[in-house]
Design a protein around this ligand. Sequence first.
Ligand code: PLP
Length: 418
Amino acid sequence: MNMPEVRLSKKKLDPNEVRNDFPICSRLVNGAPLVYFDNAATSQKPQSVIDSIKDFYEEHNANIHRAVHTLSYEATVMYEQAHKKVADFIGARNWREVVFTRNATESINLVAYAWAFHNLSAGDEILITIMEHHSDIVPWQMLRDEKGIVLKFLDVDDEGALRLDELPEMLTERTKLVGVVHASNVLGVVNPVGEIVKEAKKVGAKVLVDAAQSVPHFPVDVVELGCDFLVASGHKMLGPTGIGFLYAREELLREMRPFLYGGDMIETVTTEGATWNELPWKFEAGTPNVAGGIGLGAAIDYLSGLDMNQVAAHETELLDYALGRLSELPWVKLYGPGKGRRVGVISFNVEDVHPHDVAGYLDERGIAVRSGHHCTQPLMTRMGIENAVRASFYIYNTKEEVDKLIEGLRRVMELFSR
Ligand SMILES: Cc1ncc(COP(=O)(O)O)c(C=O)c1O
């Protein structure tokens, strides 16, 4: 297993110390201590994030951008500050390049409706990969059906690595957008986005990076990647649900039309028409999720305190340990390339046992894993399966918890092979 390139500057992450910051880590589930391995679906929240939301409602609650009173001023500053924290976290040049949305899905829809819908025409091509989450497939299918755009899929090899060798011939002068998942929510593979951007730029295509599974797990820098758009969800990176973001290069955001229309996204309105507010408010119509944005800011403070290089190193150590232990079980089929950079996501199946049965039995032992198609049905079809079990790790997971998973899987095999 290749280690991510990390610069270890701060103290090594101790998951047992981290656990003290997460109230839910002391929960019992079905009488057993919770082992939470469903982090790719959503992460747990540290006390500081929970407190930031409580503090907002107890001390500062008001609508933003609308009043001169003290509470409104405080709420406005806190919400804007949260944009700045996200911008710094992903290396954006300017905080106005960060638009808050509900989640990664809404961010992709924003690009589809506000940019692609007006800039692409019949015969233009969008290239995405077969390993995209449905949220980076279905909006483009909508556009294909509405506008006659050609939607192409870059394949993976039998192990699940992207067929980069096919990329040059898939890109044409009609390719206007390339959409790529940075880290797969099924295979855990980290795709070489920098290389893909380089190829895409040769034909003048824009690149959208789905960073829902990368930004929470290792340092991501939008300028280094050279992408045009990048999306992520707050709830997968210790933040609350209902808040996510779109990063887009400033000049693109300036050119783009708004996505939703109404209050707060305008500068002036007459009976004849309207002009648009400055960035990023042009894309944040109506009262936004102020508390959610502040909670996301607190999540970023927490992650930055740990150091994202340490977060990545911890996950790699856990991933290597788990892959080693799972390889002791010959009746477990693991998916994904055996080499290359990966985040802490492992998908597998247990011979002759349905993934839902595996997940149901593990839950009886307090172990939360995901089973199903993981919103990646085209990838599942390519891999010749319908469902898989997925264990996904984060900062509070330990090797002892991995041991519990292995023990649980041994029991599953005993029970179901009777
Ligand atoms: C890779 C990837 N992209 C996009 C999404 C969509 O995230 P959300 O449901 O928060 O919009 C997910 C969620 O699992 C994901 O794993």
